[in-house]
Write a protein that binds this ligand. Sequence first.
Ligand code: ADP
Ligand code: MG
Length: 293
Amino acid sequence: MRALSVLFPAFCHGLREPDPEFQREAEALENLGIPWHVVNISALNSGDLASAFRYFGEAPLSPMIYRGWILHPEEFTALHEALLQRGCQLLTSPAAYRCALLFPEFFPAIADYSFPAVWITGKDPNQAIKIARQLGSGPYFIKDFAKSAKEIWPNGCVATNEQELPTAIQALVEYRGDRFEGGIVIRPLIRLRCLDQNPFGGKIFEEYRLFFFQGRLISKTAYDRVSGDAAALPDYGFLSQRIHSTFFSADVVMTESGQPYLLKAGDGGSSALPPYASPMDFYKAILNVLAPA
Ligand SMILES: Nc1ncnc2c1ncn2[C@@H]1O[C@H](COP(=O)(O)OP(=O)(O)O)[C@@H](O)[C@H]1O
Ligand SMILES: [Mg+2]
């Protein structure tokens, strides 16, 4: 039996293929002889399981990991159950998925290596203002329990003071639309070490993404196309005892003054591979954990 199989979201214009974002990963899997499958995520989320699994193919006997878009926890649970009905076992349980995805779930596990955060469930601006005062007078950075609106930065991300929080929250909520998750996280806006200007505007900061699989660090690279020294980061191996998921990511930011902070955790299956993380190395590392060479 093969040690692993992988499930990707299907491409909306070619439902038998993985979405192009996962093409490099699919090629690496083919080279390694690991089978991959596709699921039509929009059909899954609308409850149409027949369409969702039309091109899934024969169920693999090996344990499966999902590599795809961030799903709401309920959507992930539905995926997990639909796969079980087809005889497939996703390695990440719905409970583990929540633990790594949702800010209030993972923050206590990283708080002593991070900087302050407060949050509210839902999106009431008055409640947000009240709780933000615990952090001082701003400026603040905001996001929802799973993602930010960094693509429209500073809108939906930065509030200079509490008066600006309602507008920022509105922009975040509008931008996230039906992908909005849970509530609003508010943090102090911190000064990150800038490595380069982005040619399309904005800055590239010194940030890293780590992946852990079954308790082992399997990938540690820069988050963007310009890198600091990933080897100089502290050892975050303790995270595998604290974050109760078999497959999760952890992001690290470097401040202007050279202080590394854990920024957040994430579900390993729905965290993008950074540009310098070779899919081949990534899946080889997973295979090696499952069946050490
Ligand atoms: N408190 C903060 N202060 C300053 N910049 C931040 C803060 N939190 C996040 N950022 C910046 O915003 C980016 C997006 O935040 P992140 O939490 O990673 O959301 P997303 O899941 O949308 O990537 C980070 O990569 C970092 O550059
Ligand atoms: Mg991020």
